[in-house]
Design a protein around this ligand. Structure first.
Ligand code: ADP
Ligand code: MG
Length: 286
């Protein structure tokens, strides 16, 4: 499914003294299968924006199209849309409620009216894809660790077989190991299921390795939109918005300033390593 957002503007508390423009004229298109990183400082409008992508919020002006159809038009089934566009909220584990992990993951597909066998098949596949071992499936979700709970919540959305998966800060509050594991799993979902992904984060490091494209939000506006390497070229402006480019960007710039002919467009540690080894003539040896 392709997504097109056109001039989205959203105002909290419109007409009151607390009126707040959370989105200002935001437009973009996401072709089917793209992995988009949505970044911005806290309060920049990321969560507000993604809630428009499954019709949970209605814009003050502008609209959203899926495969060319306006989702706010009369007669459009938002219920149907929400079965195809999976939204994983921030701290989704707060919404776990069933007595055991497996039942919790079955809840969504069961509500779609599938028969028991299909529901269970989907739940198993989703739990495997998020890397939750079978020994946990009959446990209460509340007995699991933070990272495991989050996996269960993500599996619950995956079991709906969405075409688009939107995750709001899925690594928030996890330790570095838990964070890397979840990101790896999201990366492999993208590869294996070919679904479109919108990953919200305030960490450039998290996103640079996985996203095909970055959209940067600041004060409700989309300020940059492009491949990670293009966006990180603006690292000084990013800093002024309270966002740091990945550490490696700074190292590469300093090397360049000192006359080391590092190539353009390096955004990950692995790329920097290869570039340095090439310069040393030791490519592939270390
Ligand atoms: P982010 O997800 O990037 O942190 P949000 O979309 O949550 O940003 O918030 C964007 C702006 O809208 C912020 O200024 C925030 O204070 C405001 N805001 C968010 N939710 C509400 C709400 N329910 N009521 C009033 N203002 C809100
Ligand atoms: Mg948010």
């Amino acid at each position: 499914m392709s997504i097109r957002a056109e001039n989205l503007t959203y105002i909290y508390g419109a007409g009151t003294a607390l009126e707040q423009y959370a989105l200002k004229n935001v437009s973009f298109e996401i072709p089917e299968g793209q992995f988009v990183g949505l970044i911005g400082h806290t309060g920049s409008g990321k969560s507000t924006l993604i809630q428009h992508l499954n019709g949970l919020l209605r814009p003050a002006s502008g609209t959203v199209y899926y495969d060319g159809t306006d989702i706010y038009s009369e007669g459009y089934s938002l219920r149907n849309l929400r079965s195809k566009v999976g939204l994983v909220f921030q701290y989704p584990e707060h919404q776990l409620f069933e007595v055991d992990v497996f039942s919790d993951v079955c809840y969504g597909p069961k509500n779609l009216g599938l028969d028991k066998e299909d529901v269970e098949e989907r739940a198993k596949e989703a739990l495997r894809q998020v890397g939750l071992k079978e020994k946990y499936w009959d446990q209460s979700p509340f007995e699991l660790s933070g990272g495991q709970k989050r996996r269960v919540a993500i599996a619950g959305v995956l079991a709906m077989n969405p075409r688009v998966l939107i995750l709001d800060e899925p690594t928030a509050g996890l330790d570095p190991k838990g964070r890397d594991e979840i990101l790896e799993e999201i990366g492999s979902l993208h590869r294996e299921r070919g679904m479109s992904i919108v990953l919200v984060s305030h960490s450039m490091e998290d996103i640079a390795r996985y996203a095909d494209r970055l959209m940067v939000m600041n004060h409700g506006e989309k300020v940059f939109d492009g491949a990670p390497r293009e966006v990180f070229e603006h690292y000084r402006e990013l800093e002024s918005m309270g966002l740091a480019a990945p550490q490696v960007t700074y190292i590469v710039h300093q090397l360049k300033e000192r006359g080391v002919p590092m190539e353009d467009g390096i955004t990950t540690v692995a790329q920097a390593k290869e570039a340095v080894l090439r310069l040393l003539g030791k490519e592939g040896q270390i």
